[in-house]
Design a protein. Structure first.
Length: 182
C-alpha cells in the first residue's frame, strides 16, 4: 500500500475508533462532526471524504461491530450439539461481546426509540397480575426481543421470514415467557 493510501486507511480507522469513544462519553446527541474529528485530530473534510457524513461514519462502525458480534455468535453455535446448547451458546457469546466491547455494544444498542409507553403498560399489567412480576428490562427483552429479531431479519431481505407466521407463533411463545402463572 502506498504511503498516501496508508495515511487514508489510518485516518478512516481513527474516525471509526473516535465514534465509539465519543458515543460512549456523550451518547447519540454527542455524535457530531466536530466532536468526532476533534477526538481523533483529523479535519471534518477527512470525515466527509471517507464516509460522506456523520451518519455514514456511524453506520460503518455499527456494521463493523455487528458483523463481529455475529461472527462470535456463529463460532459458538458451531460447537453446540443441541438446540438448547445452541441457545445457551448464542446468549453467552452475545453477553460476552457486550461485556468485552462495551463501547461498541452501546453504539449497537443505542436507544433511538422511547420505550416509556411500553414500560408503563407493562408495569400496569404486572400490578394487576396479568404479567409475571419481572423487572422491566426482562419484560422488554422477552417481549420486544423476538419481534426485533424477526423484523431485522425480514428487513435485511432474507427470504426465509414469514411475518404472518411470526405474528401467529410469537404471541403464544412470548406469553409463555412473561404471562402470569397465578
Amino acid at each position: 500500500m502506498a504511503p498516501r493510501q496508508q495515511r487514508g486507511a489510518a485516518t478512516a480507522e481513527a474516525l471509526l475508533d473516535a465514534v465509539l469513544r465519543v458515543h460512549a462519553a456523550e451518547g447519540e446527541r454527542g455524535l457530531t462532526v466536530h466532536a468526532v474529528t476533534e477526538a481523533c485530530g483529523v479535519s471534518p473534510g477527512s470525515l466527509y471524504h471517507h464516509f460522506g457524513s456523520i451518519e455514514g461514519l456511524t453506520a460503518a462502525v455499527t456494521l463493523r461491530w455487528l458483523e463481529r458480534l455475529l461472527a462470535e455468535m456463529t463460532a459458538e453455535l458451531a460447537g453446540a450439539r443441541t438446540a438448547r446448547e445452541g441457545i445457551g451458546a448464542a446468549v453467552g457469546a452475545y453477553l460476552a461481546f457486550v461485556r468485552d466491547h462495551r463501547d461498541a455494544a452501546l453504539l449497537i444498542h443505542s436507544p433511538s426509540a422511547d420505550l416509556g409507553p411500553f414500560v408503563r403498560w407493562a408495569e400496569a399489567q404486572i400490578r394487576c397480575g396479568e404479567l409475571a412480576p419481572l423487572p422491566a428490562p426482562l419484560i422488554d427483552a422477552l417481549v420486544l426481543g423476538p419481534m426485533i429479531g424477526v423484523a431485522r431479519r425480514w428487513l435485511s431481505g432474507i427470504d426465509d421470514v414469514d411475518l404472518e407466521e411470526a405474528a401467529r407463533v410469537l404471541p403464544d411463545r412470548i406469553w409463555r415467557a412473561v404471562g402470569s402463572t397465578g
